[in-house]
Design a protein around this ligand. Structure first.
Ligand code: ATP
Ligand code: FE
Length: 332
């Protein structure tokens, strides 16, 4: 099938075209307005989606050399995400589908982050274990098929991406802090400062303790030396990153062991973290795992992963109708 996909769950407006599982185009407009506020402002995100959506869809169709009348279905992100952002994408998809008389495919955004692994080779074989680490989620998922997924562990408070961004903010780094912290950490000593590892009973994660611990530690140190952060920035970044990676990999390792899964996949924007990638590759050698990490373009929010999920749903005959509405808290 020829599918047009729309992604608008947070602050990226994206459209993609996929033909029989092959990606033909993937256009992403990232919103810059949020930088000055140090976080995503929902109302501004919705308005930016309204401005970007039509040009982004037109560009995706143009690059794919596809006429809208040739499409077989329209896929869109139903949730989870920001309600206002989801509304813009879903209203567009529904209107488009109605006007052209095409079926609708309502896609779960977290499922799409996982199925991003099927856009390009090498692709994992089922069943596999996926660690999804994004700005809003941290999930350990047993993936049995494109349609059968089970969350066996997740964060009980902040997401891994949030942990990066919030601690980076405490260090005075620009938003989003994750990539900045990653870069600075490369020059630092990861064992210089010790912070609490948030591995919970079972396979759950907790990152709010790390944030609080960094906050109090910095407060205490800057009382003695007001330049403490500047003088120790690389070591602070490396130590915080090390703690987050330790937390993630400890649970991943136990889960893979207990579930007897040797194919391990990473999904979501935090998969871009160089320390996490290296540590995971090292662990994979020790554990005899085969590791899968999608290209960065398909790790952060993008419509190609929505198209891929829509493709699987099309094959399974899972269509929606005009009564569908966005669900900000949609479960996997
Ligand atoms: P969700 O899918 O849960 O709604 P999201 O899609 O908005 O969240 P992503 O776009 O997948 O989140 O990822 C964004 C997060 O990834 C941000 O928190 C960002 O700081 C983090 N991130 C991106 N690159 C890096 C990096 N190199 N190191 C650490 N974190 C990073
Ligand atoms: Fe996302």
């Amino acid at each position: 099938p020829l599918i047009l996909a729309i992604e608008s769950s947070c602050d990226d407006t994206s459209a993609a075209v996929m033909a029989n599982g092959e990606i033909l185009s993937n256009v992403v407009a990232t919103q810059q307005v949020h930088e000055q506020y140090g976080g995503v402002v929902p109302e501004l995100a919705s308005r930016a989606h309204q401005q970007h959506l039509i040009p982004v869809v037109q560009e995706a169709l143009r690059r794919a050399k596809v006429a809208k009348t040739d499409l077989d279905a329209v896929a869109f992100t139903q949730g989870p995400g920001l309600l206002g952002s989801l509304l813009v994408g879903s209203m567009f998809a529904k209107t488009f589908a109605l006007a052209l008389d095409k079926p609708l495919l309502a896609v779960n955004h977290m499922r799409a982050h996982i199925l991003a692994h099927f856009i390009r080779d090498p692709k994992p074989a089922f069943p596999f274990l996926c660690l999804t680490v994004s700005g809003g989620h941290t999930q350990l998922v047993v993936v049995r098929s494109p349609m059968e997924m089970e969350i066996i562990g997740q964060t009980i408070d902040d997401a891994a991406g949030e942990a990066f961004d919030k601690t980076a903010k405490l260090l005075g780094l620009p938003y989003p802090g994750g990539p900045h912290l990653d870069k600075l950490a490369r020059q630092g000593n990861p064992t210089r400062f010790a912070f609490p590892v948030g591995a919970m009973p079972g396979y759950d994660f907790s990152f709010s303790g790390l944030k609080t611990s960094v906050l109090y530690f910095l407060r205490q140190q800057t009382q003695q030396n007001e330049n403490f952060v500047q003088e120790n920035l690389a070591d602070l970044c490396a130590s915080i990153q090390h703690t987050i990676i330790q937390t993630l990999l400890r649970q991943l390792r136990r889960a893979a062991h207990d579930q007897q899964l040797r194919q391990v996949a990473l999904a979501g924007g935090v998969a871009a973290n160089s320390g996490l990638r290296t540590a995971l590759q090292e662990l994979a050698v020790a554990e005899g795992w085969e590791v899968f990490i999608p290209d960065f373009e398909f790790c952060t929010d993008n419509a190609a992963m929505v198209a891929m999920t829509g493709h699987f749903q099309y094959q399974a005959g899972q269509f929606s109708n005009q009564l569908i509405s966005p669900d900000p808290r949609l479960k996997l």
